[in-house]
Design a protein around this ligand. Structure first.
Ligand SMILES: Nc1ncnc2c1ncn2[C@@H]1O[C@H](COP(=O)(O)OP(=O)(O)OP(=O)(O)O)[C@@H](O)[C@H]1O
Ligand SMILES: [Mg+2]
Length: 366
């Protein structure tokens, strides 16, 4: 299961600044000139989860392990990237295997920070990127069709894939994204999309990168981007990447006080991570023991054996049952034993669909 998110946008809009803040390591160069990110940067980021720390307070384990998500930072795209403008679009290959993308849009005015077309204009800026992403997918598809046309002579089974690819090509040529393509045999289509890693098939989260002032009050750019996001049925997160980067050096306590004084509950970064987690259709369940309290990442709708398989394939293969305490009950009664005595621990079988926050013990036999 791929748990990564790619960061896209025009050059110099704040992608690496956001990425740096996300990784807290500041290992991606962020400089005030376009195209400073050339090599792809990847980072594994813990998913902040207050519940995990509440559980840990009760259990006092040796180790606390959060869920994680991977972010990939790539160089900015310009208009004509598919024809080699700017740095071209080759580095898009680095985000083909991600499951969602964060599209960073510049939503602040600052004469000291260069914008590729002099001034930000969310509608034009977003459309430029969307067009380049669609063209990159089209290129990818055209190469595939060429290969398929040769292969189909030896392997007739590929004929249906070739037909599908041809229809999708027509769709993309009309300037439409892969995710608006209607296809009767959805399984074959989904497999094809997966194999090809089409970028315009991925869930998009828009990030409005505003200045500090823009955090408390929406500026005209953020409002415009809000409308675009709504049109696309996409999530919008407002962040001030620069401020987030500055907060990186603070201790957790300082950061908490800082956020409180700014009147926000959750930092923009946490919002990006949480929306990303959600966009990937993910959720967490917990295991809690004296050695480790840990959040495990699974897809929404997974059954107990599937969830067990994330810990170890043996757990899935030899699954007997799961002992489950809902998170709220665990916290309310204060320990596994107390929750159990209160009748809040239930034995669940193979068909049980795990809930977000379940505290689980798996029993298995191999
Ligand atoms: N919210 C903000 N307010 C003010 N300045 C910002 C903000 N976000 C980023 N910047 C500044 O914008 C400049 C460009 O940022 P950054 O290097 O992150 O862009 P990028 O999108 O990664 O560009 P590239 O495509 O060239 O890699 C930096 O000087 C950064 O400090
Ligand atoms: Mg960069």
């Amino acid at each position: 299961m791929s748990l990564s998110i790619g960061i896209v946008g025009l050059p110099n809009v704040g992608k690496s600044t956001l990425f740096n803040a996300l990784t807290k390591a500041q290992n991606a160069e962020s400089q005030n000139y376009p195209f400073c990110t050339i090599e792809p940067n990847k980072a594994i980021v813990p998913v902040p989860d207050k519940r995990l720390y509440k559980l840990a307070e009760l259990v006092s384990p040796k180790k606390v392990t959060p869920a994680t998500i991977e972010f990939v930072d790539i160089a900015g795209l310009v208009e004509g990237a598919s024809k080699g403008e700017g740095l071209g679009n080759k580095f898009l290959g680095n985000i083909r295997q991600t499951s969602a993308i964060v599209h960073v849009v510049r939503c602040f005015k600052d004469e000291n920070v260069v914008h590729v077309s002099a001034e930000p204009n969310p509608k034009r800026d977003v459309e430029t990127i969307e067009t380049e992403l669609a063209l990159a997918d089209l290129e990818q598809l055209e190469r595939k069709i060429e290969r398929l046309e040769k292969q189909v002579k030896a392997d007739k089974k590929l004929a249906s894939t070739l037909t599908l690819a041809g229809r999708l090509k027509e769709h993309l040529e009309e300037g439409r994204p892969v995710n608006s393509f209607e296809q009767a045999d959805s399984e074959a289509f989904e497999n094809f999309v997966q194999e090809m890693g089409f970028i315009t098939a991925k869930t998009v989260i828009f990030a409005a990168n505003v200045d500090e002032q823009g955090l408390t009050e929406d500026n005209e750019y953020a409002k415009a981007l809000g409308e675009i996001a709504e049109n696309r049925g996409a999530e919008l997160v407002k962040i001030c990447a620069k401020l987030e980067e500055d907060m990186v050096d603070m201790t957790d306590e300082e950061r908490g006080e800082f956020l409180e004084s700014a009147g926000v509950e959750e930092s923009g970064l946490e919002k990006v991570i949480h929306h990303g987690f959600d966009a990937l259709g993910l959720m967490s369940y917990f295991t809690a023991g004296p050695k480790e309290v840990r959040a495990w990442t699974i897809k929404k709708g997974w059954t107990a054996p599937q969830a067990a398989g994330v810990i170890h394939t043996d757990f899935e293969r030899g699954f007997i049952r799961a002992e489950v305490i809902p998170y709220e009950d665990y916290i309310h009664f204060g320990s596994e034993n107390a929750a159990k005595e209160a009748g809040k621990m239930a034995a669940k079988g193979k068909a049980y669909v795990v809930n977000d926050g379940d505290v689980v013990n798996f029993l298995f036999n191999v």
